[in-house]
Design a protein around this ligand. Structure first.
Ligand code: ATP
Length: 986
């Protein structure tokens, strides 16, 4: 807190300073007015407010002053005509005062000079502030006058209140007149005669300079007001420095700065000659030093000019250097551009080469058969255990060393990739990722984990029982990806279904069925040619539609619970079955094209030595089954590796189930797992040998299961045709059966004539009728002979019609299959579906075979009949008999079809020649022996023969074969699509 005495002192000092300032302003105004209109008759040089106002009251002084500045500003000034009266002595009536003042104020307003109220001057008592306004107005007039003189009326007038006037720090009244000349410097509106007007063409420039000067002064003074005040006061008191000198100093420095700016400006504009003094001592023309006797401005300017020249030279040098640099940069940029172009061309080439390389690699992979084999080594259970793993290379090399043997025997294996004990689940999955994408592209994919018990198969496929998200296994990651891809590919609508089964003790169990939780498993059938079954090889297994990974995870958890586990000496929770998780993907694009594929994720049961796993009883049985199925898998793989014509898929449920993925046009990945422990060396070696064998298998190019809508339509048509044909065949077989029964009946009760049922395909009926007729002919009956003739021609006609109908059906089918084949070929060219046509062709060949065999049956039925006729026709005229025989042969031939068709059929039919036919006819035992031979060669179980078809004549019907659907002995059993050599059926 400031002391009261000090505060009052400060207040008093402020008031006195204000009063001083007001007095000074009055003094200035009065001086100027006197200069303009002559003596005002004021009592003192420092008039009081009252004195000042009273001399102006009549308005005469003001009107005259303004008229001097601006002639005619007040057109009519009311005066008292009495001579010898001074301004203040002229008394006028009040209204005349008022008129003068009003006219004056109007003129002032016109000049845009600060004005006052008429009442301010009329009052008898002076009010605080009102005199100030009058003074301001007069000083404004003065400033206007100065401006007019200075600018000769050019430009625009703008009133600027001088800070020096308003903040005058002049404190001593007595000194006021003496200092008046100095003070005039302070008032920038009044220019000194000594000052050369600056060369300013532009008023605004002047104004700007004045403004900036005023601003600078204001800032300096307001910033250090108190100090300056104090200093001024003190220095004045002490007589050390005149305050006016101080102001002079400030103004000089400001002007100097301004002038330097001007010089710089003009230098920049190119004006090197300045209108400044050339003398170092007496500064006559220098407008900066304000008439001081000496200044160093010229020197300063000269030195600055020199500097400027140097700078200019430097600038030109720099410009030159810059230009040189620019051109260099330009060159460099051009060079860089060229190099970049070259690089980008090289990069393009590189990318092309990489792409080509990848394509070639894929091609090679496809040609090799799309089998990849990875090996994963489980971390050792005992930390620091050196184990049997000697070396693991990045290129897929794995070297084993038997630690238990004294000699350092090493064995090397080569795989597509080897994952060490530290490999993460993510790293393993990364290598399988591309296969998962293939599933979405329509390829069948099979990933299976193989290895000894406890080597980490379940860990890789399903992840650990308790683990973090990053530890999840291939199954979950694959499903995640599948769903992600299905979301990304908006143009294809995917439907994903899941099946999960296990193969336990050579039984397939549906792990997702409701009964599975109660451990009652329904019987499952594997369908070999699943293409006709929507790609499902296990149609009986429960199929779950899934829409997210979590759906599948839940299903998998449920399935895992139902899986058979038990504890063995090798693993506390050893999986005792092969688990197969199958994901069926069905995609349909906007054009209606469909793709169908499946992904088998197989966690095989652990291969183990029975003695080592120390199991007995049920466990022993399980182990035997496991080992048997794994050895069957080995056999299949060995057969595939040797490109054997026969692959023993049917020897185990596992190979049967995976048939489409193992030998089909699928992509396969085997993850061979090994335990690093030294004592597992033997198992590890056998696992690695097995894996190595798998890696040598060449599957052939993987094929996409894509089907265009056109192919699908045709396939449906063919299916319908097949169904129709099958139903007709059944009908036919039924009729034939009935006919035979009738025949045997009629044979017994000859010559009973029975009306025969007629059907569209009643060739059999016709034959029977013919037979009956021929038998009737044996009776030497003319009438019957005549009837025979009629019936024979009738029969021939009917037989021809029926035969044509049969041909038509067959022709229709052949045409449909041809179209499919063509489409298949087009598809193949476009990377489409060659297998589709292959499948269709094989099915059509089968159909034709069936058709042919049926026809042949009919033909064959005739032959014994004719023989029979021959045997029984001793009394029959030989010409007639031979005629009938001839007709029957013709019918038989016609029904059998053209030579070409015969040939087609014979390629799959063993009975080509009459000789064979007779032989088989004569010796049913030969047929049986042939079946046996066939069976021994192919290992395919032949159907049960309950009797020779040929014995039908002897009373045994075709239905004597175990199933109606099963072909007769002349029809070969179905053979795998891969088997091309049909001779093996001979
Ligand atoms: N890569 C690995 N990292 C960490 N632990 C692992 C790894 N692989 C396997 N294990 C652990 O080893 C043990 C046996 O693994 P797992 O059950 O997966 O073997 P398996 O081959 O499926 O056995 P089985 O054939 O008897 O079912 C488990 O406790 C598992 O957590």
């Amino acid at each position: 807190m400031e002391e009261p005495s000090r505060l009052s002192f400060r207040k008093g000092r402020l008031a006195s300073r204000k009063a001083e300032e007001a007095a000074y302003r009055r003094f200035q105004a009065a001086t100027w007015l006197e200069k303009m209109v002559g003596p005002l008759g004021l009592p003192s040089q420092q008039p009081s407010e009252q004195e000042f106002v009273s001399c102006l009251k009549n308005g005469l002084v003001l009107c005259n002053a303004i008229n001097k500045i601006q002639p005619g500003a007040v057109p009519k000034v009311v005066t008292n005509q009495s001579l010898g009266l001074t301004w203040e002595n002229q008394t006028l009536p009040a209204y005349q005062y008022f008129e003068n003042i009003r006219n004056f104020l109007d003129a002032v307003d016109e000049l845009k000079i600060p004005s006052f109220e008429a009442s301010d001057i009329e009052r008898d008592t002076v009010e605080a502030g009102s005199v100030g306004k009058i003074v301001d107005c007069i000083l404004g007039l003065k400033a206007y006058h100065d401006w007019k003189q200075f600018s000769r009326g050019n430009g625009t007038w703008k009133y600027v209140k001088s800070p020096m006037v308003s903040h005058a720090k002049v404190g001593i009244h007595s000194k006021m007149p003496a200092l008046s000349s100095s003070v005039r410097y302070l008032d920038m509106s009044a220019k000194s005669e000594k000052l050369q007007p600056m060369k300013l063409d532009d008023d605004q420039r002047t104004e700007g300079k004045v403004d900036s000067l005023v601003q600078a002064m204001t800032d300096i003074l307001s910033n250090s007001k108190e100090n300056i005040d104090q200093n001024i006061f003190d220095s004045w008191q002490q007589g050390t420095e005149d305050p006016l000198k101080l102001f002079n100093r400030i103004i000089s420095s400001c002007l100097q700065e301004q002038q330097l700016d001007t010089v710089e400006d003009s230098m920049m504009e190119g004006n090197t000659t300045l209108d400044v003094c050339s003398s170092n001592n007496i500064c006559k023309n220098c407008s900066f030093c304000l008439g001081k006797t000496s200044c160093n401005h010229w020197q300063l300017i000269e030195s600055q000019e020199t500097e400027l020249k140097e700078i200019k030279a430097l600038l030109s040098n720099t410009k030159l250097e810059c230009a040189a640099l620019q051109s260099q940069v330009q060159n460099d940029l051009t060079q860089i551009g060229n190099q970049l172009e070259w690089l980008s061309a090289a990069a393009d080439g590189y990318h092309r080469a990489v792409k080509e390389n990848r394509n070639l690699y894929n091609m090679l992979q496809e040609l090799r058969g799309n089998i990849q084999v990875f090996c994963r080594v489980r971390p050792a259970f005992v930390a620091g255990d050196k184990g049997s793993i000697d070396y693991m290379g990045n290129n897929g090399t794995l070297i084993l060393l038997d630690q238990l043997k004294s000699q350092n025997v090493r064995k090397a294996f080569q795989f597509n990739k080897v994952f060490g004990p530290n490999a993460t689940q993510e790293e393993v999955y990364k290598e399988t990722e591309s296969l998962i994408r293939s599933v979405m592209d329509g390829y069948n994919v099979c990933i299976f984990a193989y290895g000894q018990t406890g080597s980490g198969k379940t860990y890789s496929m399903c992840g650990p029982e308790i683990g973090s998200a990053k530890d999840i296994g291939i199954n979950s990651k694959a499903l995640n990806d599948l769903f992600q891809i299905s979301c990304i590919r908006e143009d294809i609508k995917y439907e994903i279904h899941v099946q999960m089964v296990e193969i336990y003790n050579e039984q397939i169990r549906d792990l997702l069925s409701e009964e599975a939780s109660t451990k009652k498993y329904p019987l499952m059938h594997i369908i070999r040619n699943c293409s006709s079954n929507g790609g499902l090889s296990l149609p009986d297994a429960t199929m779950h539609h899934v829409q997210s990974t979590s759906d599948v995870m839940n299903l998998m958890k449920a399935g895992e619970k139902n899986r058979a586990f038990s504890c063995t000496a090798m693993n506390n929770r050893s999986s005792r079955s092969h688990s197969v998780l199958t994901i069926h993907v069905c995609g349909r694009d906007v054009l209606g094209n469909t793709l169908q594929s499946c992904l088998h994720l197989v966690d095989l049961a652990g291969s183990e030595r029975v003695d080592k796993s120390e199991v007995t009883g049920d466990r022993l049985k399980e182990a035997q089954h496991i080992n048997k199925s794994l050895s069957c898998l080995g056999d299949v793989i060995a057969a595939l590796a040797q490109k054997s014509s026969y692959i023993p898929y049917r020897n185990s449920k596992l190979t049967q189930l995976l048939q489409n993925s193992l030998g089909g046009h699928a992509k396969m990945l085997m993850l061979a797992h090994v335990s690093p422990e030294a004592e597992s060396y033997g198992e590890t070696i056998s696992t690695l040998k097995f894996a190595q064998r798998v890696s040598t298998v060449e599957l052939g190019a993987a094929q996409v299961n894509k089907e265009s809508s056109e192919i699908r339509d045709l396939r449906e048509q063919v299916d319908n045709l097949k169904k129709e044909l099958a139903s007709r065949e059944r009908e036919k077989a039924l009729h034939l059966h009935k006919m035979k029964e009738n025949t045997s009946f009629s044979e017994r009760k000859l010559p009973i004539k029975s009306p025969l049922p007629r059907s569209k395909f009643s060739t059999e009926n016709s034959v029977m009728r013919l037979r009956r007729l021929s038998l009737e002919g044996c009776g030497h009956d003319d009438k019957s002979q005549h009837q025979n003739k009629n019936s024979e021609s009738d029969l021939q006609q009917k037989t021809q019609i029926e035969e044509e109908q049969l041909k038509e059906v067959a022709h229709e089918e052949i045409k449909a299959n041809e179209t499919i084949e063509k489409l298949g070929q087009v598809n193949e060219i476009e990377g489409g579906l060659p297998s589709c046509s292959a499948i269709s062709n094989s099915s059509s060949v089968n159909q034709l075979t069936t058709l042919g065999s049926r026809c042949r049956q009919l033909g064959e039925v005739e032959t014994p009949d004719t023989n029979k006729i021959k045997l029984n026709s001793n009394s029959f005229s030989s010409s007639k008999g031979s005629h009938i025989r001839k007709s029957l042969k013709t019918i038989g031939k016609l029904i059998n079809g053209s030579e070409k068709r015969n040939y087609q059929v014979s390629s799959v039919m063993p009975f080509k020649q009459d000789k064979d036919l007779h032989a088989s006819k004569k010796s049913p035992a030969t047929v049986e022996s042939r079946y046996k031979r066939r069976q021994s060669l192919t290992n395919v179980q032949a159907f049960e023969i309950k009797g020779s078809r040929r014995s039908s004549l002897g009373g045994k019907s075709v239905e004597s074969y175990s199933t109606v659907g099963i072909p007769g002995p002349k029809t070969p059993p179905a053979f795998p699509a891969s088997a091309k050599n049909t001779n093996r059926w001979l």
